[in-house]
Design a protein around this ligand. Structure first.
Ligand SMILES: Nc1ncnc2c1ncn2[C@@H]1O[C@H](COP(=O)(O)OP(=O)(O)OP(=O)(O)O)[C@@H](O)[C@H]1O
Ligand SMILES: [Mg+2]
Length: 315
């Protein structure tokens, strides 16, 4: 049994971004700097809450955002369940690792695929009838206090071709039926608009959209917008876009345009830069969140501030 690492609070003297309730669009480029926008209409979510980190563009910081927000909430004393829902990378599973109980046979090491597709009722008969696997059975501790992971493997893609009716709602029900208490669930969704990604968007209360400022985004076509709108119209009317995070942020006209566009598209959401920090890229190889690898990194301060703003613990 490995000893648990506690994720400590952030130092008070970090350079947090200032918080504003509206953009100063009159500011010259020289005067303009990174700031966190919290519109007056924004309301923090209350625990228990389900967040999905989503964008159908690759490499925009989805996995990083899921891990760093989860670590920030765990440090706040909240019990956090991170669901790895990206079969292409299974990045969270490799990044944080999961602690299976000692001696647990491999076929009983469950992951997100089992939650969707079940497992053979008789382990001796792999092709026989299946039984359901609860989300709790597929949730494992990590070496970090308060941080639990539902792992994923590349064969999560089997859900796409072994689909049965009800897959859309499978994750939503699995979360609702969970007996273990978690204050926060964070889902790292795949860039691919698969059946599993759809199930993630249906299961969530809040969407966090990381955006790496690019030319197309600046023209006001955050490509995820139409997907979110469709989900809100059809399967999950309560899905709220809580934050747009401009990741790998560096001062540029493009970053400014993307932030202004994001605030226009989602007037009730937090819009915040997450500053570019090379330490973020090093963290996965160390097996710990950046928050532990480099607790004074600017991106860590930014994620910490956003985490505090997004969620309050229900009394
Ligand atoms: N604030 C940051 N500063 C520097 N590098 C960052 C920052 N955020 C993310 N990165 C780096 O950008 C790369 C992509 O990030 P990440 O894997 O989180 O994106 P993703 O959207 O999950 O990608 P995919 O679509 O492949 O799942 C990684 O190498 C990560 O370390
Ligand atoms: Mg990823």
């Amino acid at each position: 049994m490995t000893t648990l690492t506690t994720i400590p609070p952030l130092a008070d003297d970090l350079e947090f971004l200032s918080i504003v309730s509206e953009w100063d669009t009159e500011a010259t480029y020289h005067q303009w700097s990174a700031k966190t926008l919290v519109p007056a209409t924004f309301r923090p979510a209350q625990t228990p809450r389900v967040f999905v980190v989503t964008n159908n563009k690759g490499g925009v910081g989805k996995t990083t955002t899921a891990v760093e927000l989860a670590a920030a909430w765990a440090a706040m004393g909240l019990r956090v369940r991170l669901i790895d829902a990206d079969p292409q990378n299974a990045a969270i599973t490799y990044w944080l690792g999961v602690e299976y109980p000692a001696g647990l046979p491999v076929e009983q090491q469950y992951n997100l695929r089992h939650v969707f597709l079940g497992t053979p009722a008789d382990p001796q008969n792999p092709n026989g009838p299946t039984r359901d696997v609860s989300l709790d059975e597929a949730t494992y501790p990590t070496k970090f206090e308060n941080l639990y992971v539902v792992p994923c493997t590349p064969d999560l893609t089997r859900v796409e071709y072994e689909r049965s009716s009800g897959t859309d709602n499978a994750l939503r029900y699995a979360i609702a039926e969970s007996q273990e208490h978690f204050d926060v669930t964070v889902i790292d969704a795949s860039r691919t608009m698969s059946l599993v990604t759809l199930a993630c968007l249906i299961a969530a209360d809040e969407a966090i959209i990381p955006v790496k400022p690019g030319a197309l985004d600046a023209q006001g076509v955050l490509s995820i917008n139409s997907t979110i709108e469709k989900i809100q119209r059809r399967e999950n009317p309560k899905l709220r876009v809580a934050a747009i995070l401009t990741t790998m942020w560096e001062k540029s006209d493009l970053a400014r345009e993307v932030e202004e566009q994001a605030a226009e598209d989602y007037p009730d959401a937090i819009v915040s830069p997450i500053r570019k920090t090379t330490k973020v890229g090093e963290a996965p190889a160390t097996g710990q969140p950046t928050r532990l690898h480099a607790p004074r990194a600017t991106a860590v301060a930014d994620y910490g501030q956003v985490a505090r703003l997004l969620l309050v613990k229900a009394a």
